[in-house]
Write a protein that binds this ligand. Sequence first.
Ligand code: C5P
Length: 237
Amino acid sequence: MRARYWAVIPAAGVGRRMGASVPKQYLDLAGRPVIEWSLGLFLEHPQISGVSIALDPGDRFWPRTAFADHSRVRRVDGGSERCHSVLNALDLLAQEADAADWVLVHDAARPCLRRDDLDRLLATLPDHPVGGLLGMPVRDTMKQAMEDGGIGRTVPRDTLWHAFTPQVFRLGLLRRALRTALDQDRLVTDDAAAVELLGLEPMLVEGHADNIKITRPEDLPLADFYLRQQGRLHRER
Ligand code: C5P
């Protein structure tokens, strides 16, 4: 049987750094909640069989979004950290997906993912033994800060990348990797980190810098600009 593709959207964060009363994935971005932009791309994609989304158990906003009753979206409670939320969503997915199926984990807070970046990531996978993620080489000179705010050293940047999402792994491997990391009390901040702890080497696939994660208030107007630049407002509204 050919492997299928599924998406997991961790969306259970409260977004403290935004300082807003509404979690950042529900803030308005060009007339729609951020999460509708992030999720919509996967629901439109012909290769994605279904989506498992992790939400805060007390989430009151999700039922009011456009995809709340979508037939290919399954909802699960998130956990205290992103890695717990992703694992819960993977466990739910395992009820209908195969261990060899590919899972694309994508942050709800990244609404500007380009379809061509997603397709390029998918195209690199079928022959890859581990999986991979979108990212970008860093551009700025990197400094290691000391506790007092001074510079400890300059870190050579030639091999440094920013890690974005989607991050794509086979369902069985990623569940095992996250379970193992959590058993060792390693609260990994992305999925690749859990896989790396198993001694495996996920592949970095270069994406575009507009795949930003909404983190601070000033990110929203920037995301609006990127969506317009990508021509998505015109098409989707
Ligand atoms: O907080 P941060 O921006 O790193 O979160 C990345 C993604 O993980 C967001 O989409 C957020 O909703 C999600 N998340 C989660 N469960 C948590 C914390 C964050 O699903 N406990």
